[in-house]
Design a protein around this ligand. Structure first.
Ligand code: KG4
Ligand code: ZN
Length: 346
């Protein structure tokens, strides 16, 4: 089975062709990040307009790279939720038109299910281990931060164990980077600077980003506010922005605190569920501090950690195509009146 996936929920216009075994035949991602960078975050109207410009060429490229035409497909999968409504509509309308014109089944996919299934994608030349079910998944991106118990790919087999009550972890990285004048998106820069810093020299300025200690919920708005306060105090004392070693130390302390919470709660979730496999997903899974701490802490407790390659962690259409292929293989399909939604159904 060969399924075309289409993803336009946020700021990536993406299309990919994937088999039901997870083999990635093509994977095209066109990022809008440069368009949104001047605003320090994604502007919904700008996103929708750019998706409309890019979607057809991106799909054509995905089909061409897979060596296929629309007629060769066994179905069209598309992200229907969650996301920016105008952005989702572009992908969904295009998917409907294509499915109808080519006479192929249409399946809607929850973007978060896509992220949770991305660990099963098989990319040519990339060594990847796939976990067995059940596993606990930590999904950390600019839009979502949550823990799930995953017993299988269907909606009824995925249970949310805890989510953020305010900002997503990636959003916290982006906002802190903006406060520090480091540009957008902030995660990769903070990650790089944190490696040059010493967290212990700035840690006392920051609270532990915990919603209640014993819960599996997250909260990142407090630490962001603490960074803002710290930056303002330093500027008042020294008459200038934070730079050099002090900047590196603050990045290390911020990242250390965020990673600490993510790792602790993931380990707690795995223990609570009696599960010995942990999967990471989302753009923040690229964070070197997170990968190292998660691998170390889980390893010590006999929990196996699965971290997909970066291209599978960030927003892409291959994960949507694969999750759609699993739905099609289970005999499911959607009607042409399928409607987008801003919230997840998980
Ligand atoms: O999954 P993604 O591409 O898009 C969604 O938000 O759905 O994730 C993007 C997020 C951004 O917030 C970015 O700052 C963060 O992932 N990110 C990182 C790193 N690389 C990307 N955060 C921390 N460390 C990184 N190395
Ligand atoms: Zn995402």
């Amino acid at each position: 089975m060969r399924v075309l996936g289409i993803e336009t929920s946020c700021d990536e216009t993406a299309a990919a062709v994937v088999t039901e075994a997870g083999d990635v035949l093509s994977d095209v991602v066109r990022s809008q990040v440069a368009l949104h960078a001047p605003y320090g975050g994604v502007v919904p109207e700008v996103a929708a307009r750019d998706h409309a410009r890019a979607i057809v060429p991106v799909i054509e490229e995905a089909l061409r790279k897979a060596g296929l035409t629309a007629q060769d497909l066994d179905g069209v999968a598309v992200t229907v939720r969650p996301g920016l409504l105008g952005a989702l509509l572009v992908g969904l309308s295009t998917a409907k038109g294509l499915a109808w014109a080519a006479g192929k089944p249409l399946v809607g996919v929850d973007h978060l299910v896509g992220h949770l299934m991305a660990v099963f994608l098989r990319r040519e030349g990339v060594e990847a281990r796939a976990p067995e079910f059940p596993f606990v998944a930590l999904l950390v991106s600019g839009g979502h931060t949550a823990l799930y118990r995953v017993d299988g790919p269907a909606l009824g087999q995925i249970r949310e164990l805890g989510a953020t009550r305010d900002d997503a972890a990636g959003e916290a990285f982006d906002k802190v980077a903006k406060l520090l004048g480091l540009g957008y998106p902030g995660g990769p820069v903070v990650d790089r600077l944190a490696a040059l810093g010493d967290a212990s020299r700035a840690a006392e300025a920051l609270p532990k980003p915990m919603a209640r200690r014993d819960s599996l919920e997250f909260s990142f708005s407090g630490i962001k506010t603490a960074v803002a306060r710290h930056v303002a105090q330093r500027a008042a004392q020294q008459g200038g922005p934070l730079e050099g070693q002090a900047l590196h130390d603050l990045c290390a302390a911020f990242q250390g605190a965020v990673v600490d919470t993510l790792v602790r709660k993931t380990v707690r979730a795995a223990r609570q569920e009696g599960v010995t496999r942990v999967v990471l997903g989302g753009g923040v899974a690229a964070n070197r501090g997170l990968r190292a701490r998660m691998t170390e802490e889980c390893g010590r407790r006999g929990i196996e950690v699965f971290i997909p390659p970066f291209a599978s962690c960030t927003d892409n259409a291959a994960m949507i195509a694969y999750a759609g292929a699993l739905r099609l293989a289970a005999g499911e399909r959607d009607d042409l009146d399928l409607a987008p939604a801003t919230r997840t159904s998980l």
